[in-house]
Write a protein that binds this ligand. Structure first.
Ligand code: SAM
Length: 458
């Protein structure tokens, strides 16, 4: 049996695992042999493999979902029968199952509502194109049992909320019975790793007392991903982000908002249109056929992603000379400002973009908080799915508010140093403090740009 003496099933956050005795750090709690891991890796069923091959690789959860359905349909003939029988009937917190009201509430944050709609569309189109004609055909892996978008949606929710990729993303995901009853914490006390002979092990990552919940970290995931795949979010999640798509107009609007200026003169060049800017934007993969337009604000990103900072520095550079010799990586490094003046302008632009995003939400953070507390006059309690949607968008607004506060603080620190007397020394002081107050390496704009190790942008 994979069940070790140190674990027992308990009932927090749905079901969970709890230590029934004290465990030492490094102690093996669960060892799951290869034969107890549910995956399509090594499957020899040609019809099923054929169907799985029609699912795009990025939808790895859906590939595994087809295997889960096959086992479910096999019933008592499946070695995973009791495991599948004990899976939840649904994961109501997952937006795939939200009511239209909750989806509307989610639309305030399009990066998530678009993902949800994309998944729904995929479920419907895959079912009609590849599943509806299977019963009675020789290509049917499901023994004549009809499989539709609803049941595929259930299986997808099971895999996205429970599957592990212990051996890395190049290996198919697997469901790990018992281990997958562990709930999530960013301060976990257990970890899962590959064991000998294809087994998977869950071990204590610190000393654990008897009766403590056994918790794993599902990853440093932001709330969008947690809600989309797992159906819950973490308030004040340190890894939460606000995603935006790159668009020069957004930076222009951010600049105007931050500086309180009117529209630029008609003959002003478009932001980002100069040749040196185009070249660096291409290097940042924001232009060209490999373009990836995703930028982010976030608590763990030192407030914004390096590319967002890089764009703001580039757009506020006075001329090509100011960025000469700088790589795209240099431009996005907090510790490598172009100049004091440019840094103030760039941070104002970043703050302007964050402020603009905040004003784009139809409701304010305060309104969301009141709705979550039960409405202005102790109004009706929100249904759970609407509540989750409102909570998600409130968390995003909180991230932006913190970014604004933090950047404002940083700008004030820099702006107070613009007086000529002693400016260099004072500036040196101000930029050696990162947004979180941590010491950063100072470098002047005239020094040779540092070679970076090509980590690239994510
Ligand atoms: C891998 S399963 C864990 C076992 C699950 N609680 C059960 O009842 O089967 C992941 C699911 O557990 C719940 N969950 C796990 N960690 C959570 C947390 N920190 N807060 C809220 N729900 C959590 C979510 O419903 C999530 O989709």
């Amino acid at each position: 049996s994979p069940i070790d003496d140190g674990t027992s099933v308990s009932g927090a956050l749905g079901a969970g695992l709890r230590a029934s005795k004290a465990c030492k750090s490094g102690e093996l709690l669960v060892s799951l042999p290869r034969s107890c891991q549910l995956s399509y890796d090594g499957s020899t069923e040609p019809n099923l493999l054929q169907l799985i091959s029609k699912v795009p690789d990025e939808l790895w959860g859906a590939k595994l979902a087809l295997q889960v359905l096959k086992e479910r349909i096999l019933g008592p003939d499946s070695p995973f029968h009791s495991y599948i029988d004990n899976l939840p009937m649904g994961v109501p917190g997952i937006p795939l199952f939200f009511s239209p009201d909750a989806i509307r509430a989610l639309e305030q944050y399009p990066p998530l509502s678009e993902q949800v709609k994309k998944r729904c569309r995929w479920l419907l189109s895959f079912s009609s194109e590849h599943l509806s004609g299977l019963p009675g055909s020789s290509a049917d892996p499901f023994q004549g049992t009809p499989v539709d978008a609803n049941i595929l949606g259930w299986a997808l929710a099971m895999t996205t909320s429970r599957a592990f990729r212990v051996r890395g993303p190049q290996h198919p995901a697997a469901l790990l019975p018992l281990i997958d009853m562990s709930n999530h914490s960013f301060a976990p006390n257990c970890e899962v790793k590959p064991g000998p002979a294809g087994s998977v092990e869950m071990v204590a990552s610190r000393d654990i007392s008897a009766e403590e919940d056994l918790l794993l970290s599902y990853g440093m995931l932001d709330n969008t991903f947690l809600l989309l795949d797992y159906g819950f979010l973490v308030p004040s999640n340190p890894y939460d982000t606000v995603l935006i798509r790159y668009d020069p107009i957004m930076f222009e609007a951010g600049q105007l908002l931050a500086q309180g200026q009117g529209a630029p003169p008609d003959d002003a060049p478009d932001l980002g249109s100069a040749a040196f800017q185009q070249q660096l934007l291409t290097e940042m993969q924001l232009l060209g056929h490999k373009a990836n337009l995703e930028l982010a604000f976030g608590r763990s990103l030192q407030r914004c992603s390096p590319r967002l900072l890089a764009v703001a520095r580039l757009f506020t550079a006075a001329s090509a000379a100011e960025v000469r010799g700088r790589s795209a990586d240099d431009l996005g490094a907090w510790d490598q400002p172009l100049s004091l003046i440019n840094e103030v302008k760039a941070l104002r632009m970043v703050a302007g973009v964050a402020a603009m995003l905040l004003t784009r939400f139809p409701t304010t953070l305060e309104q969301d908080r009141r709705a979550l507390a039960g409405g202005p006059a102790g109004g009706p309690k929100l249904p759970p799915d609407v509540r989750a949607a409102v909570q998600l968008r409130a968390e995003k607004k909180a991230v932006l508010s913190e970014v604004l506060q933090d950047i404002g603080h940083r700008i004030r620190g820099l702006a107070s140093q613009t007086v000529p007397h002693g400016a260099a020394e004072a500036y040196r002081e101000s930029v050696t403090q990162g947004p979180g107050g941590q010491k950063r390496k100072f470098s002047t704009s005239s020094r040779k740009p540092k070679m970076r190790n090509g980590k690239g942008f994510g």
